[in-house]
Design a protein around this ligand. Structure first.
Ligand code: SAH
Ligand code: AVI
Length: 317
């Protein structure tokens, strides 16, 4: 592969998937559709908001424990990042990892991924950077690095695992187990259950960026899939469901209305909603049980003093 190329593996049945979601008893759209170029930029802005505690907290945990993390990852590993976005947290790892065989950022947001990969190449000129444009929920072929890695370490920061239902998270952990291969490991960011007020504030910011991020999904579908959503006719809603341990993010219809997607028409009533995202918050025990069910053992957990967030090193059993 040449230095500027990216491997591209995206499914062609996305329209069917979208229509199927909108035909469910509660309409739903997968959160992966947040991430067109503007969605990726909006997410980056969200991470800088004072209310959005996960990013700053995770960065602090990484900085405070990077020595131990680097020694667990070891020499000549291949670092495979799922949902790499701007690769911000990865930089801390890249600065401390010894003789990395390759860095493989995987993301569905193509332009954003390629731009971030370009920047990483500039800043780490000796590193073999091999971006892959893919939907990581589907098994995908890893590129072959120039140097044979000693082990694969999958990196999955940001608590993106929380955006999956427990069943889907289990499936995704199985994909990562497969990609890690024999002797491999998973370094993962997992957001923790806490005072619901802190959580709800993070998803209802006063600047309205999360609302804009949520509505931008409709703009993305209008452009890429020929839908005709009226963005102004939907309101942002984010509520913490304590029983389920998750934030539930919706777009609530402000009027009775119709929209089309592909050749299909849909009606939605005033106050009815489209579910756009879950963001699950875990207990340490709950996450450990899920990791074990997917063939991983929790080797090490790092947290901030307030126990808002965790970074965990899981080894493949
Ligand atoms: N890892 C970064 C970004 C998290 S945002 C951080 O910790 O800040 C979630 C990222 O996952 C986005 O970049 C989005 O484009 C990507 N993503 C979401 N669903 C995806 C999917 N199904 N396949 C591939 N990438 C996905
Ligand atoms: C990417 N993911 C972990 C974010 C989250 O917190 O669930 C996405 C997000 N949605 C609204 N704000 C941020």
């Amino acid at each position: 592969m040449t230095n500027n190329a990216a491997q591209r593996i995206v499914p062609d049945d996305e329209l069917d998937e979208l229509i199927d979601g909108l035909r469910q008893p509660e309409m739903m759209i997968s959160p992966k559709y947040f991430y067109d170029e503007r969605g990726s930029q909006l997410f980056d802005e969200i991470t800088r908001l004072p209310e959005y505690y996960p990013t700053e907290t995770e960065l602090g945990i990484m900085r405070d424990n990077i020595g131990e993390m680097a020694s667990l990852v070891g020499k000549q590993a291949s670092l495979i990042e799922f949902g790499s976005g701007s690769s911000l947290k990865t930089r801390i790892l890249l600065e401390h990892l010894d003789e990395l065989a390759a860095y493989v950022p995987v993301d569905i947001s193509e332009d954003h991924l390629l731009q971030s990969a370009r920047q990483i190449r500039e800043d780490f000129p000796d590193l073999d950077v091999l971006p892959v444009v893919a939907d990581f929920t589907q098994p995908f072929q890893l590129p072959t690095p120039e140097v044979m890695p000693v082990r694969n370490v999958v990196y999955f920061p940001g608590s993106t695992i929380g955006n999956f239902t427990h069943d889907a998270a289990h499936e995704l952990l199985l994909v990562m187990h497969e990609e890690a291969g024999a002797g491999g490991a998973l370094l993962i960011g997992v957001d923790l259950q806490k005072d619901p007020e802190i959580i709800e504030r993070a998803y209802n910011d006063s600047a309205g960026l999360t609302a804009e991020f949520n509505r931008n999904m409709l703009r993305h579908l209008n452009r890429e899939f020929g839908a005709d959503f009226d963005l102004d006719a939907f309101a942002h809603s984010a509520e913490y469901n304590e029983e389920e341990g998750r934030v539930e993010i919706r777009l609530v219809s402000e009027q009775d209305q119709e929209f089309t997607l592909g050749d299909e028409s849909f009606s939605i009533g005033k106050d009815e909603a489209i579910l756009t995202e879950y963001s699950h918050k875990y207990t340490l025990d709950g996450f450990a049980a899920m990791a074990e069910a997917a063939g991983f053992r929790v080797e090490r957990v790092w947290m901030d003093d307030e126990r808002l967030f965790s970074v965990q090193y899981l080894v493949r059993l």
